[in-house]
Design a protein around this ligand. Structure first.
Ligand code: IPD
Length: 304
């Protein structure tokens, strides 16, 4: 696989997300058909499906020999293999899309040996394009579709700060976490207890984080951690297509990904339990260990 042209793959993915972004912006969520999958909080729209059709047809034409896994065409039992694979979410943040909240994106990842190698995440509402290629850094391009900088957009290397501060403890962190669509059982119990403990005062045994944010899109949460705007992101329940692209961006921005359950420093791409920490000159592993202590004996049990 050494001869794969990752730059060319990234260019293709950028061209596809731009087209997909125009499709999303021209959809009026109040007029489009909306359905549900596992339950009433697990939403899919005809735009999710139409964007995935566009993405898969463009990618299969450009790279017919590569595998493809997309959220809307996934069938139980499909596995991410070691083969070069596009792993895509046509709209990550579908709930926001349906409500007209401008935090949704097209998330196109490319993995080799089950490791993210190229990531392209595009929020068309804010014209924010996050990109990364393995070993070549991560970037945010702002405003290209709006004509900024002669149409090239304003490009910033990630993380946005040239001198990111060391991580000094969870009580200095802004943490992202999501409720997801599972609202009962052990996974819901673990989440509610961890949320409570993260925010609680030190005097009551809590971690006293600055606060918790939920952008409503795993990919955008991860990109914000890559940018250094959020310090930590923890989630159980999301899928490989929610994290593949942004994981490449996080890693290239100096961030790390551990498991959302304690004890595993090398989570698999499809493990469905993730803990991301921003790039920092010191303190990353200590934050993971402190977070795992907050989880304590709780274990999320999402099946991969
Ligand atoms: C969802 C979002 C959400 C996360 C869920 C995902 P979707 O993806 O990423 O933030 O909490 O686990 O399923 O359904 O909007 O593509």
């Amino acid at each position: 696989m050494a001869d794969l042209n990752l730059q060319e793959i990234q260019e293709t993915l950028i061209s596809v997300v731009r087209e997909a972004g125009r499709m999303i912006m021209s959809a009026n969520p109040t007029d489009i058909a909306t359905g549900t999958k596992l339950n009433s909080a697990d939403i899919v729209t005809e735009t999710d499906k139409a964007v995935e059709t566009l993405v898969s047809s463009r990618l299969s034409k450009a790279y017919p020999s590569f595998a493809f896994i997309g959220e809307e065409t996934y069938k139980p039992g499909m596995q991410v293999t070691a083969a070069p694979t596009f792993i895509v979410d046509p709209i990550d943040g579908t709930t926001n899309f349906v409500h007209g909240l401008p935090e949704a994106c097209v998330s196109l990842g490319f993995a080799i040996d089950r490791v993210p190698a190229v990531g392209v995440v595009y929020n068309p509402y804010q014209d924010k394009l996050y990109t990364a290629i393995r070993g070549q850094g991560a970037f945010l391009t702002l405003g290209a579709a709006w004509g900024l900088e002669g149409g090239k957009g304003r490009v910033s290397k990630l993380p946005l700060s040239k001198n990111p501060a060391p991580l000094a403890g969870l009580d200095t962190c802004l943490v992202a976490a999501e409720w997801g669509s599972t609202r009962d059982g052990v996974n819901y119990d673990v989440k509610t207890e961890v949320f409570r403990k993260l925010c609680a005062s030190k005097e009551t045994g809590g971690a006293m984080v600055h606060s918790i944010r939920s952008l409503g899109s795993a990919a955008l949460n991860l990109c914000a951690v890559a940018a250094g705007q959020l310090d930590v992101y923890w989630e159980g329940g999301c899928w490989a297509w929610d994290v593949c692209a942004a994981w490449a961006i996080l890693r290239e921005a100096g961030g790390i990904m551990a498991s959302g359950n304690p004890g595993d420093w090398e989570p698999a791409i499809d493990s469905r339990k993730y803990l991301a920490v921003r790039g920092a000159p010191a303190g990353q592993r200590e934050i993971v260990e402190e977070f795992w202590k907050v989880i304590g004996d709780g274990r999320m049990e999402y099946e991969s």
